[in-house]
Design a protein around this ligand. Structure first.
Ligand SMILES: C[S@@+](CC[C@H](N)C(=O)[O-])C[C@H]1O[C@@H](n2cnc3c(N)ncnc32)[C@H](O)[C@@H]1O
Length: 230
């Protein structure tokens, strides 16, 4: 979605930011266990004010969230009673959590350093198809061989032309098929999910993938060859 959509969503709050969970996502607890993330550097693209960052920060060396909207960043620190410092226009720091106020697609490797883990919960599904390519391209550019990623996506029917977008597992496999080992670890049907009632959906599946990058730049080349990226 365009930036204005997200600024408006955070201004309105409530229903418009109902993607925000008050608990730690169960897939995060399951696949990013304390042993797994101990001492690691973790990137959370399109982080909103997710409390997953609080959990991760207990064990990680560093958590870097990236978020367009300052209101979301301030709410994260204030709602969790965290003292924070704004060290420049775009950088907010509290302990080992840094949140960068920037367009994720503008991020550089130099700015974030080595990343061991990426948490994508509701990031890919927040973006329309055209923007997803840029997102994948950015991630491939700023991560290294060995980076692991937990991806949480939604698949539902009938389709809605707004965030969160429905993404089929083969789309994730297409994006990351080159240069990554892909483990499709979760795919429960969630008939009691709030969206099912709200939108009268026939079904909704919450997919979880754990992927590991084993080669650089293959994603970009594959997408170019298949003409997925232009
Ligand atoms: C669907 S929410 C998901 C938030 C979070 N991952 C969670 O689990 O609650 C998407 C978030 O990404 C932010 N966002 C959207 N486009 C962005 C971009 N290009 N760069 C950085 N943040 C962005 C929005 O403001 C919103 O907070």
């Amino acid at each position: 979605m365009e930036a204005s959509f997200w600024f408006k969503s955070w201004d309105l709050g409530g229903f418009y930011t109902s993607f925000h969970r008050h608990d730690i996502h169960p897939y995060v607890l399951q696949y990013m266990s304390p042993e797994e993330i101990e001492g690691k550097n973790i990137l959370v693209p399109l982080c909103g004010k997710t409390v997953d960052m609080l959990y991760l920060s207990q064990f990680a060396n560093k958590v870097i969230g990236v978020e367009l909207v300052e209101k979301a960043i301030i709410q994260f620190f204030e709602e969790n009673n965290l003292k924070y410092e704004q060290i420049d226009e775009e950088t907010f720091i509290s302990g080992n959590i840094t949140i960068l106020k920037t367009d994720f697609m503008a991020l550089t490797k130099e700015r974030i350093g080595r990343i061991d883990w990426v948490l994508d919960r509701a990031s890919l599904v927040a973006l329309p198809y055209e923007m997803r390519k840029d997102y994948i391209r950015t991630l491939d550019r700023i991560t290294d061989v060995g980076t692991k990623q937990l991806i949480v996506t939604l698949e539902y029917f009938p389709l809605i032309n707004s965030a969160p977008f429905s993404i089929q597992p083969n789309e994730v496999e297409d994006y990351y098929g080159a240069g990554h080992i892909i483990n499709h670890v979760e795919q429960p049907n969630l008939p009691n999910h709030g969206m099912v009632r709200k939108w009268g959906l026939e079904y909704l599946i919450e997919h979880g993938f754990v992927i590991i990058k084993y080669a650089n730049n293959l994603v970009l080349e594959k997408l170019k060859v298949e003409n997925i990226l232009v």
